[in-house]
Structure formats: C-alpha cells, structure tokens
Ligand binder design. Structure first.
Ligand SMILES: [Zn+2]
Length: 456
C-alpha cells in the first residue's frame, strides 16, 4: 500500500526546508554553490532503499546525485526527474522573513507557505521529485521504464559544473528518453476555462561582449576627446531605445489567452501596432514576462572602463545579455547589433560572442508524445477541465543539454490556485520567495500520477 499524500506532502515540506537551510548559493564562481550539502542530504534520503546511486563531483564541493530505479522492460522509455540543488544569492534587506530559514508560516488567509530562497526555483521540485521517487522505490512498484532521479549542481550559472559535463561525459548514468524539470503548472482561469502552462522550449542565450575603443587623454581637457566610456554610454542608450519587432505567434497567443485578461487587452496584446501600449498598462512582472516571450531581448548588464581618475579611457567593455526566440539565429543577433550601434560607432567596436553554444533554431520538445499526454491527464486529476498549453520559458534551464541529445524535456510542476502567474514569476530570483503547501502536495502527486500514466 502506498503512503498517504498527506504524509508525502509533509515529507516534501521537511525536505524543502532542509534544502533551503543548506544555503547552496551559487554566485557564478567555481568556489560558490557548495551543492555537496544538498547532494549528501538527498543521498541520505535515498540510502538504504536498495536503489543504485552515484555522486558525481565535477569540481570539489559541487557534487550532483544520480539515482536509477530500473524498470522491467529494457525497451521501454526511461524517465528522468531532474531538479537543481543550487539557488541564486539574496538581498536580505528586501525580505520579510529569513531567506534561509525555511520557515513554514501561515498567513492571515490561513495559507501555509515555506519561505526561503529556492522555494519556487526550484528546490520545491527537487524535494517533491525526491519524495515521489523514494515513494515509488519504497512501495516496490515497478514500471516498464527506468526512473532516474537527478539532483544537479550549478544550474543557476549555466550548468558548467553540473548538467553540461554530466550529460556529455556521464551519459550512461543519466541516459533517458524523457526529462521533467523546472518549471510549469500554474493554473489560470480565463474566459475559455482553466489552462495550465507547461514548458516545452526556452529562449536561447546569445550574450555579447562589446569592446569599445577610444583614444587616451588627460581628464583635465575633455573637450572633443575620443572617450570610450562616452561611446559605450551612447550604445547603452541605443540598446534601450531600439524597437525589436514582436513575434506574435500561436504559442504567444495561447499564453496571452491563458491569463484571464479582458478581451480588449487580449486583442491589443496580439496586435503588433498596439502591444507596446498594452504592455505598459499591465503589472510590471507580467509585462516583463510577456515582452520577453515575444521579443529578442537586449539587456546591457555590465560596463567597465578606465583605470585612472584623471585619464580619458581608451577602452570600455560592455556585456549585453541577449536572448533569442526559437527560429532566431546568432547571425540575426549580430545583424541587429550592427544596426543598433550604427555606422559611425561600429568601427570602434569589437563584438565577441560570449554565448553561442546552441545550434540555431533549438527545437521545442514535441507535444505528440506519450509523456505530454501523461502530463495532461495527470494535471486533470487536480483540475478536471484544464487545457495544458505548451509554452516558452524566458531563461535557460538544464533541459537544453538533454534536448540537444534528442531527449524530450518538459518544464512541469503543479501549483494551487493561490498564486497568480504574474506573482509566481516575480518570485523567481526575487524577494520573499515562498511556496504554499497545497502546491507542494499537487506537485508531489503529479510525479506519481505521471508515472502511473506514462507507461500505460
Ligand atoms: Zn531554476
């Protein structure tokens, strides 16, 4: 007999609290992250079940954990549940509660939430996947395919010490046909009924470093100097002003329609002539997400120049985070950049591709798979009439390394109706990150339901 969902939810809550308290903060440096503590915690949770597991230490202190529970049929497709164990840094001043306390707090509406960095990105999924995986092993239930639990380090800094080398060099350990990972499952209640977004693809990084050249001079005589910083500032201003044409495809339309907005707003968001005005009227978190879902985006994030107070700098470097939509190419980015920088400044600028690792036109995972059907049927256990809609995630996730291998990867999860999509998106890397226990229950149940349906 299986364990009750109430007991399993308590296990997910407790495990999530511990994962948060371990503070595996990834600052993007090799010596940060310390994912060992979470990998060891999760290993201990699985220890003694008789399931095979392996710790992979790409760099000291940065272990990932892989456990595989064999199925009964070597030809059946294998499913990997992948959750990252690291989190991004916090600005503690912006928080109402300890960002690493992992406290369970009940608000004035009676909603209980686990607070802390990682509560939605994505220790909630990592914890619930471990609990579901353990429950399946513990119950002795065998499915045709293998189930792999993969708790991976370094997702938040590009997977360099996690998924990337592990998928490349340890394929035998993580080999699978389907991956479920972050994130999806926010229900929206629109005019056309309930819909739930699940991720089938993601924007691709096309970051560029711009090196801007000038001529050195004395800071006491700035008149008509060739100051690299001033040129860089001009480029920043042009990046901000540049109007990229929106790509209002069917997937974008589905996303808009799932939001439950009034019909007039919906129509304006789907009209290239009106979308800018419509976005300006929306809550900023939602507008930001929608904008990114239909535009190539340019965010100038780092600018460095000069090394002396009294010297006109002859060099500035500007790092621009650029994300492209499916169908757009690295060459498109360079074409746009040349246009933005303009013919008079372009000869002073060297452009370096910082991120161009993915092949152009990175594929979406198919919705014509048994897995997609299993996700939909499992979602409808909780939301009986829900339409499950494929969607795009604006950031990169470790799913891309698997998609590159031909694996169908989906961003999944299942949330309660307590958190609107816009509010949920704001919690990613934001202040006051938290997740309600009902969502943790729905997500834990989702993984179990999917396993029941996938191999039917
Ligand atoms: Zn994440």
């Amino acid at each position: 007999m299986g364990t009750s969902i109430e007991t399993l939810t308590n296990e997910t809550v407790e495990l999530l609290q511990q994962l948060i308290r371990n503070q595996c903060v990834n600052e993007g440096t090799p010596e940060s992250g310390h994912e060992d503590s979470n990998a060891i915690l999760l290993r201990d949770e699985l220890d003694g079940l008789g399931v095979d597991f392996e710790m992979i230490e790409v760099l000291p202190g940065r272990s990932s954990l892989v456990a595989r529970y064999s199925g009964t049929d070597a030809d059946a497709p294998d499913l990997c549940l992948m959750g990252h164990t690291d989190v991004v840094p916090v600005s503690p001043d912006g928080w109402n509660n300890d960002p690493f306390g992992g406290e369970l707090i009940t608000d004035s509406n009676g909603v209980s939430e686990v607070w802390g960095r990682g509560a939605v990105d994505m220790l909630n999924l990592t914890a619930s996947m471990a609990v579901a995986f353990r429950e399946i092993v513990r119950s002795g239930k065998r499915y045709p395919g293998d189930i792999i639990y993969f708790a991976v380090a370094d997702e938040e800094a590009g997977g360099i010490y996690g998924a990337k080398p592990i998928v490349e060099d340890y394929w035998d350990l993580v080999r699978c046909d389907y991956v479920l990972t972050e994130y999806g499952g926010t229900p929206s209640f629109g005019r056309d009924g309930t819909s739930v977004l699940m991720t089938t693809g993601e924007k691709q990084s096309a970051g560029r470093r711009l090196t801007i050249h000038g001529t050195p001079g004395h800071g006491s005589m700035p008149y008509a100097t060739d100051n690299a910083l001033i040129k860089a500032a001009e480029i920043v201003a042009r990046l901000k002003a540049f109007d990229v044409a929106p790509n209002l495809d069917e997937m974008f339309a589905d996303r808009v329609k799932a939001l439950g907005l009034d019909e007039a707003t919906e129509n304006r968001l789907l009209d290239p002539a009106q979308i800018d005005d419509a976005l300006a009227q929306l809550p900023p978190g939602l507008a930001r997400n929608l904008h990114s879902c239909c535009h190539m985006s340019f965010s100038p994030n780092m600018l460095r120049s000069g090394d002396k107070f009294n010297t006109v700098p002859d060099k500035a470097t500007l790092s621009v985070d650029i994300r492209i939509l499916p169908g757009e190419t690295q060459d498109d980015v360079d074409k746009y950049l040349a246009e933005i920088i303009g013919p008079e400044l372009l000869p002073s600028v060297d452009i370096t591709r910082v991120f161009d690792e993915m092949p152009d036109g990175t594929p979406f995972s198919s919705t014509e798979t048994p897995m997609w059907d299993a996700i939909g049927d499992s979602v409808r256990v909780a939301y009986p009439d829900a339409k499950v809609i494929p969607s795009l995630v604006t950031g990169g996730t470790d799913a891309r390394f698997f998609r590159r291998r031909g694996v169908e990867a989906y961003g999944a999860g299942l949330l309660s109706n307590k958190v609107p999509l816009a509010e949920f998106l704001n919690r990613f890397h934001g202040h006051n990150e938290r997740i309600d226990t009902e969502s943790l229950q729905l997500t834990t149940q989702l993984w179990l339901d999917i396993c029941e349906r996938l191999w039917k």
